[in-house]
Write a protein that binds this ligand. Structure first.
Ligand SMILES: [Cu+2]
Length: 95
């Protein structure tokens, strides 16, 4: 990340054999661009898809490359996300 950037970037490791998303909750500050990076592992299982219902985001995680999701930070709130089967869950808090 550039030192000139005020963006916020956080990482979540995805591992279906390690209880899912680590960390389960990520917090961003309101008002600055925010990106959540999903870091794949060798154990993706059904976590090869991540769905943010409220944001209309549905991304494939192929287990090889990181996937970045832009999180809106214009207002405070909580965005829940889950695997494609709605089995593993995580959330993003903007405040
Ligand atoms: Cu699942």
């Amino acid at each position: 990340m550039s030192i000139f950037s005020k963006d916020q970037t956080k990482k979540v490791v995805v591992n279906a054999e390690n209880h899912g998303y680590k960390p389960e909750t990520v917090t961003f500050k309101q008002g600055k661009p925010a990106q959540l990076k999903f870091i794949p592992s060798d154990n993706m299982g059904c976590m090869n898809e991540v769905v943010f219902k409220e944001l209309g985001i549905d991304e494939k995680l192929d287990g090889k490359k990181e996937v970045t999701v832009d999180i809106p930070t214009d207002k405070p709130g909580t965005y829940n996300y889950a695997c494609g089967m709605d089995m593993f869950h995580g959330k993003v808090v903007v405040k």
